[in-house]
Design a protein around this ligand. Structure first.
Ligand code: 9D3
Length: 243
């Protein structure tokens, strides 16, 4: 639900969302409340009661557009809003199970509060920074959901994602050439010992998570090998620091 439907349609022509749409796993329909505006100038906004800067999206066009969209299927109406709950991967996983949902993107100062009471099931933010409208947030949702739909990613990638490093930061990646300005690729990656490579990658993931996002480690349970790898990473870093 957006005053800029082309923003949504255009973005769905790239990357994983495009593949998911082409495979028939995902259907994205962009509805424009302006097409439901009944007043003479097809306006969708008006001045705020109480005064102040900016405009507010009116109830009628959005409410009618939502009713029309709901005829395509049930599912919650999710208002993209800085006042909402912050999106995280656990929520993305949960919504990826749902067959239908309506993402409502606001513009101007937002929508009339009565529209939230009447038509909105949940309010969701994508983070603590100020956007100029809800469309970038809706696109974040579409992208994050699309890649979780079964069959949207290659088998290799999805199997990896499910088990290997869930909840951790990624390990470093390298490709050719082997050496750039004297900086070489870590030797273990050139050796071809797959078990060693897996261990190195897990250790790097754990170490980077510990260094950069220690908050994430509170949400994962490390097995014995992972605990040992992280301890090794920390010990090596302390050694490097004392040199
Ligand atoms: C400068 C205007 N702000 C006054 C305090 C209020 C405001 C209104 C509309 C702030 C942002 C917006 C538009 N933002 C969204 O529609 C939005 C959003 C965001 O800004 N940050 C994080 N997540 C989201 S989801 C939708």
């Amino acid at each position: 639900m957006t005053l800029f439907p082309e923003m949504i349609r255009d973005c769905c022509r790239y990357g994983i969302p495009r593949i998911a749409v082409e495979k028939g796993l995902l259907k994205v329909v962009a509805w424009n409340p302006r097409e439901y505006a009944t007043n003479r100038h097809r306006s969708v906004d008006d001045r705020p009661y109480g005064g102040g800067p900016g405009m507010v999206m009116q109830v009628q066009p959005v409410a009618d557009a939502i009713k029309s969209a709901r005829r395509m299927g049930g599912g919650p109406v999710l208002y993209m809003s800085p006042q909402g709950r912050r999106l995280d991967q656990a929520a993305v996983r949960r919504f990826a199970q749902m067959p239908h949902m309506v993402l409502l993107a606001g513009r101007y100062e937002g929508i009339d509060e009565r529209l939230i009471e009447q038509e909105v099931d949940e309010e969701w933010s994508i983070g603590d920074y100020v956007l100029s409208g809800g469309e970038p947030a809706a696109l974040v949702w579409i992208d994050a959901l699309a890649r979780l739909l079964p069959g949207a990613l290659g088998d290799e990638e999805s199997a990896l994602r499910d088990s290997f490093m869930d909840g951790l930061l990624d390990y470093p990646h390298y490709t050719r050439p082997e050496s750039i300005d004297g900086k070489s690729v870590p030797g273990v990656l050139l050796g071809g010992n797959h078990a060693d490579i897996e261990r190195w990658r897990m250790k790097e993931s754990l170490g980077r998570t510990w260094q950069r996002r220690p908050d994430l480690l509170e949400h994962v349970t490390l097995n014995n090998e992972q605990q040992a790898l992280l301890a090794e990473f920390i010990r090596e870093r302390q050694l490097a620091e004392s040199e």
